[in-house]
Design a protein around this ligand. Sequence first.
Ligand SMILES: *Cc1c(COP(=O)(O)O)cnc(C)c1O
Length: 240
Amino acid sequence: MFDIADKIQHITNDINETCAKVGRNSSQVKLVIVTKSAEFEQIKEVITLGCTDFGESRVQQLKKVAAQVDDFLDRAESITPLPSKIDWHMIGHLQRNKIQQILPIVSLIHSVDSLRLAEEINSSAAKLDICPRILLQVNTSEEPQKYGVPVGAAIHLAEQFQTMPNIQLAGLMTMASLTLNEDIIRRSFSRARDLFFEIKGEKVVGPQFTELSMGMSNDYRIAIEEGATILRIGSAIFAG
Ligand SMILES: *Cc1c(COP(=O)(O)O)cnc(C)c1O
């Protein structure tokens, strides 16, 4: 049995080693800790270890846990200094009628996969006078049941997002198939990376287009090799 600190250390070592192997700087890879399957005690432990980026896939859970964490940070008397604030990432499918609830809380929405959703975020954000960072979620595995826009539609959609004054398109997000076949996983991630550079090259986006969110517990090493800048990892830290 390994405790949470060991598991995070193990993942951090893996990130460093994989980056070194492919000549990347590990400061370019951010670890978002996905808390959806975590107990609150475990989340507190992760915070005391100094982690500051957390992800949730459901709006209700995100609101609840973010409030609990705020409360904990307000009251905690810890020997080690705690982070003053946590950055929350919305990583799951988002319904338009829930946008208003999360906008004040999240620092990055990974799962924007339609024009209507982007328009709704843009207009809700305008009312709050904010300009949230979002990622365009792309379906690179071509599984019909997956969320995300088809690769072929992504550039045009990125162009449309770019015209909306109250959102900042900060990059792409993708998920690979749930498979042990590394070639299939790698193909998904390399497709996302190619698309990322294609969108950048077409100059439809600005310098704020920097993020490639891909890689989860079972495939994060491959994602780093293919250029991920954000990993979303849950079960490798909290399961078992
Ligand atoms: C749950 C989830 C993750 C984390 O998956 P693990 O396999 O537990 O690391 C990452 N991204 C999304 C969108 C998720 O829903």
